[in-house]
Ligand binder design. Structure first.
Ligand SMILES: NC(=O)c1ccc[n+]([C@@H]2O[C@H](COP(=O)([O-])OP(=O)(O)OC[C@H]3O[C@@H](n4cnc5c(N)ncnc54)[C@H](OP(=O)(O)O)[C@@H]3O)[C@@H](O)[C@H]2O)c1
Length: 264
């Protein structure tokens, strides 16, 4: 088998993965085969660097990895045409939310599967990706494809994919919702709307840049909140009787339940 990696679907996530690979040089563009029904900027960028877009399906026979980047409702249909041309040893890399490994493997006639749940931050080489596979070789290949573009988390069971999705997949929206609430709280205290929004957004960016080191989250909080100080006064309210923990746990639980329901 060659080193060819096939990417089927260049939508929001597929484009982000492709951009991340091109940015980091994780995959030689000449080893990339892209399947897309419509022209996409990321695919065109890859084409200019030597990737093949919608080549004859016979070209897939040497692929070592087949990355499914289509919607869960589309993969069964989308795989039909390619299946007869895929190498038996090709590993199926699924980034689809909710579709179990066993279902995908059955659809791909028993081929090995690795499930990956990445965020679109992979486009800048700064995503987060949770991985799970029952097969070590498939898992290692998934790791090789995503480690250059994401911080990776290894899951011990497939069931944990729901919780991983709820935390890292949905998490950015929760941080944005908190940032909006912070801006609204600033407005309530008299800041002009544009200033409050600017401050809240910039604070999110600034806080995120501080989280990249090895300090614990408690240490990061302590760095801002000196005892008896202004931040500490606010934290008392956030921590009172689980005031912050309760809605966050509720949101993650609801997301896990929805993810579980969608995969049934
Ligand atoms: N978006 C995220 O943040 C995210 C995060 C984690 C996981 N996921 C998973 O990633 C997958 C894609 O999600 P998305 O948000 O990127 O969806 P999307 O933007 O709708 O992209 C899906 C892409 O699949 C393409 N497609 C449809 N049929 C195809 C076929 N037969 N062959 C090749 N390509 C085909 C579509 O092409 P056209 O545009 O030409 O119709 C579309 O660009 C889903 O399974 C989702 O669960 C997404």
């Amino acid at each position: 088998m060659s080193n060819a990696v096939v990417l089927q679907g260049v939508g929001r996530l597929g484009s982000a993965i492709l951009e991340g690979w091109l940015l980091t040089g994780a995959i030689d563009p000449k080893d990339l085969v892209i399947l897309t029904p419509s022209e996409k900027p990321a695919a065109e960028k890859a084409r200019a660097l030597g990737a093949r877009i919608n080549p004859p399906l016979e070209d897939l026979t040497q692929a070592k990895a087949f990355v499914i980047g289509v919607k869960p409702a589309k993969w069964a249909e989308a795989s039909k045409a390619v299946l007869p041309h895929l190498n038996k040893d090709a590993v199926i890399v699924s980034v689809m939310a909710g579709v179990p490994e066993a279902t995908i493997s059955e659809g791909f006639e028993g081929r090995k599967v690795v499930r990956v749940m990445p965020t679109t931050g992979v486009a800048h080489g700064k995503g987060v990706a949770s991985l799970w596979s029952s097969d070590k070789a498939a898992f290692d290949l998934g790791l090789k494809l995503f480690e250059p573009i994401a911080e990776t988390a290894i899951l011990e069971s497939e069931d944990l994919m729901h919780a991983a999705t709820a935390v890292s997949g949905c998490g950015p929206a929760y941080f944005f919702a908190f940032t909006r609430a912070l801006a609204e709280a600033g407005i309530a205290e008299g800041l002009p709307q544009d200033v409050a929004i600017k401050l809240a957004r910039a604070t999110l960016r600034s806080a995120a840049s501080g989280v990249s080191g090895s300090e614990t989250l408690d240490a990061l909080i302590d760095r801002v909140a000196s005892p008896g100080g202004v931040t500490a006064a606010g934290l008392v309210v956030l921590n009172e009787n689980g005031a912050l923990d309760r809605p966050v746990k509720g949101a993650v639980k609801a997301a896990v339940e929805k993810s579980t329901e969608l995969s049934a």
